[in-house]
Design a binder for this molecule. Structure first.
Ligand code: SF4
Length: 385
């Protein structure tokens, strides 16, 4: 009898949800016993038998490239496939990192077919493979039924907005697809039965679950989601926390009071990105500064603390526009007890800002962000001088 074909997945603190989803795809698409999967946290631990699977963002690409090169020196016959946001936006560059195959788009049948062929002793031509279309979210559970890896539960995929810096609509499309309540009830029951007593949800806009456009909330759908999670037996339920966020226009009083009644988080992540309306227009954010500030005021009245995303160093951003962002951040911290999550702009492959040069931060902005970080009111601040 043939031994199962070994498939090694590279698990990092950044890709847990993706690796769980990949395992679920393989489990759903391939016959039982065809492959044996294992997880490694460091590529230097990979024994290079069979196939290595990597999924990473652009921020990890350089580290993956150098670890893969070292592994290839040790084991030249290694087979390796990459997927995820960096591979999808920069497929040729990812292939040139030393992978045999790159799979773009959402993991699904094309990825599973590649693994099936390898497991059956075939060697498909190296190159770029494209997953076709966007399948319903219910097609695969968020993690494997074997329980090999538990992750946050993706409830919505795809975003109708088109923020210039963001890979989400380019990778997952602009039509939001929601996991059904029936599928979620099964997932929740499985999680609780295997000893997981809390859950976090992944969505481009946490309050957009079940809504037609993913932006304007469907209160009943979100209430049903939260009640279903509670009835399943989770001790704690978190909605609207990192890595999800709530868009300003969806943070209505009604939705906030629903979250207050059924969720355990005391914070909500909110994307504002800039304190300049001109920058928000250029980014195609679809909201104004005032709408963002009003949302954060409502969030404070509902007794949540806002963790507000700001992006600094955007292409073409002027010192005056950054000063507007600092002024708004100051106001939000002082008036509403918000904390700031400051990002330095990174051009991501596949987005309209791919290849755009970040604007260096001026001294006043760096000083302000560092002072916020020192006082514990900001996270994510790395203002290399
Ligand atoms: S709203 Fe959020 S997920 Fe959607 S495009 Fe903008 S940043 Fe990306």
């Amino acid at each position: 009898m043939l031994q199962p074909y070994p498939v090694t997945l590279h698990l990092t603190r950044h890709n847990r949800n993706s690796i769980a989803a990949l395992l679920a795809v393989l489990e759903a698409e391939l016959p039982a016993g065809l492959i044996a999967t294992q997880l490694v946290e460091s590529l230097s631990d990979c024994d290079a038998q069979g196939l290595l699977v990597c999924s990473f963002t652009s921020l990890q690409a350089a580290a993956v490239a150098s670890a893969l090169a070292a592994l290839r020196t040790r084991v030249p016959e290694l087979r390796a496939v990459a997927g995820g946001p960096h591979a999808s936006g920069a497929a040729r560059e990812t292939l040139a990192m030393g992978f045999d195959w790159v799979v773009t788009g959402e993991a699904g049948p094309v990825f599973a077919e590649l693994v099936r062929q390898l497991a059956q002793g075939q060697l498909p031509s190296p190159g770029i493979l494209h997953e076709q279309g966007a399948s319903p979210l219910d097609r695969y559970p968020p993690w494997p039924a074997s329980g090999q890896l538990f992750a946050q539960i993706e409830i919505t995929r795809g975003c109708p907005m088109s923020c210039e810096f963001c890979q989400t609509p380019r990778l997952f499309g602009r039509r939001p697809r929601h996991r059904s309540l029936e599928a979620l009830a099964r997932t929740f029951a499985h999680a609780v039965a295997t000893g997981h007593d809390f859950t976090r949800f992944v969505a481009p806009n946490a309050f957009g679950y079940g809504s037609a456009d993913g932006i304007h909330p469907d209160r009943n759908a979100v209430e049903a989601l939260l009640l279903t999670a509670r009835r399943a037996g989770f001790r704690e339920v978190f909605l609207g926390t990192f890595p999800s966020e709530v868009r300003p226009e969806s943070a209505t009083e009604e939705m906030l009071s629903l979250a207050r009644a059924h969720c355990d988080n005391t914070t909500l992540a909110v994307g504002l990105q800039s304190g300049s309306d001109a920058v928000l227009r250029r980014l195609k954010r679809g909201h104004t500064v005032r709408e963002g500030v009003e949302a954060i005021a409502r969030i404070a009245r509902a007794r949540f603390q806002s963790k507000v995303d700001f992006m600094f160093g955007l292409p073409g951003e002027t010192d005056a526009e950054r000063a507007e962002s600092c002024a708004v951040a100051r106001h939000l911290v002082a008036e509403y007890g918000a904390s700031v999550h400051a990002h330095l702009f990174t051009p991501l492959p596949g987005t309209p800002l791919d290849g755009a040069a970040p604007t260096p931060l001026d001294a006043a902005t760096r000083d302000y962000l560092e002072s916020l970080a020192l006082s514990g009111q900001a996270t994510g601040v790395r203002t290399a001088r």
